[in-house]
Design a protein around this ligand. Structure first.
Ligand code: ZN
Length: 318
């Protein structure tokens, strides 16, 4: 019978219960961390994020052709300035997750994020795939990423999003060891929650993401593949406004993950602008960085604000 590294059957249908239960229990969603009202009495929290990957996506895969790198360069050169202008015009903060190599190539951009009042957070060293790394390498790269952003901006990031949301068996331990306040890479809920590891609450806040609220799956294309997933930006905007409307109704969080090299194109930024217009037509919106949102979520965890947990408020509709 074929076995894995631990002598267990490699076919999942042969696993004993302790094996499949062990995999499930390793990293789990715990208490839902939604206050009765968001800061300022707001009824919805809006957390915009941008992953400023730029050239690191092709670099990570060893693709070094100037053609591929130029697609990433577009994000820094055309996308990011346009996004910063748009955010300034609407007066809203955002969180920028930036691989350290991207920040070293574009140090002025990294500093501009914090100078403009946005949050800069960790997004790996070179957009590495954590699932391919051993524990030591993953930790060393995460430490190096944290130190690089700290040196560049004079501020130590408090949050992390793993590159490609790739979460290894070691990722959670490394985050806890390095003292991050929150992670934003998992998808177990619409609302922030506490991460539970093997049944034990960790105190680490998760700000969940989802492919639905990400620009990449709607717009990116592999030149040599047969799939052409180009979507109409206004159709994508409609999906996001539906997500926002439901979060508003539920009194929850609307979180979005965008990429300067994807959404930063002229015809696509229209979708973000129209989304911001839609949100602006609603009273009671609290725009927060992911760090501010995590801080409020932690307040629920520690009883600083009125709690709305998954257990006691199955539907937290106002
Ligand atoms: Zn990324």
């Amino acid at each position: 019978m074929p076995t894995d590294d631990f002598g267990l059957p490699s076919e999942s249908w042969r696993w004993p219960e302790r094996t499949w239960r062990g995999h499930i229990d390793a990293v789990r969603a715990g208490r839902r961390l939604v206050p009765d009202r968001w800061p300022g009495g707001a009824r919805v929290a809006v957390a915009l994020s941008f992953d400023s990957d730029h050239e690191t996506i092709p670099l990570r895969d060893g693709e070094t052709s100037p053609g591929r790198l130029a697609q990433g360069e577009y994000g820094a050169r055309a996308g990011a300035p346009r996004i910063l202008d748009l955010l300034a015009r609407y007066g809203v903060p955002a969180t920028f997750f930036m691989p350290a190599v991207s920040a070293l190539v574009h140090p002025e951009e990294a500093r501009a994020y914090t100078r403009d009042g946005h949050e800069l957070a960790v997004h790996g060293w070179i957009h590495e795939r954590n699932m391919l790394l051993d524990r030591e390498d993953e930790k060393e790269l995460t430490v190096r990423a944290l130190d690089t952003l700290t040196t560049l901006t004079g501020r130590r990031p408090v949050g992390i999003r793993t590159p490609s949301w790739d979460f290894s068996d070691s990722t959670l331990d490394i985050m806890l060891e390095l003292g991050f306040a929150y992670d934003s890479s998992l998808m177990a809920d619409d609302e922030p929650y506490e991460i539970v590891a093997e049944g034990r609450p960790t105190g680490l806040v998760e700000i969940p993401v989802d492919w639905i609220r990400d620009d990449a799956p709607y717009f990116t294309m592999d030149r040599y593949g047969s799939v052409r997933p180009h979507s109409r930006p206004r159709d994508v905007r409609e999906i996001w406004t539906d997500e926002f409307d439901a979060a508003y109704r539920d009194g929850g969080v609307f979180q979005l993950t965008l990429h300067p090299h994807v959404i930063g194109h002229r015809s696509r930024l229209v979708a973000l602008r129209e989304l911001l217009d839609h949100i602006a037509a609603h009273p009671g919106v609290w725009y927060a960085t992911h760090a501010q949102l995590a801080d409020t979520a932690r307040g629920v965890l520690h009883g600083r604000t009125a709690a709305g947990s998954a257990a006691d408020t199955p539907e937290h509709t106002p």
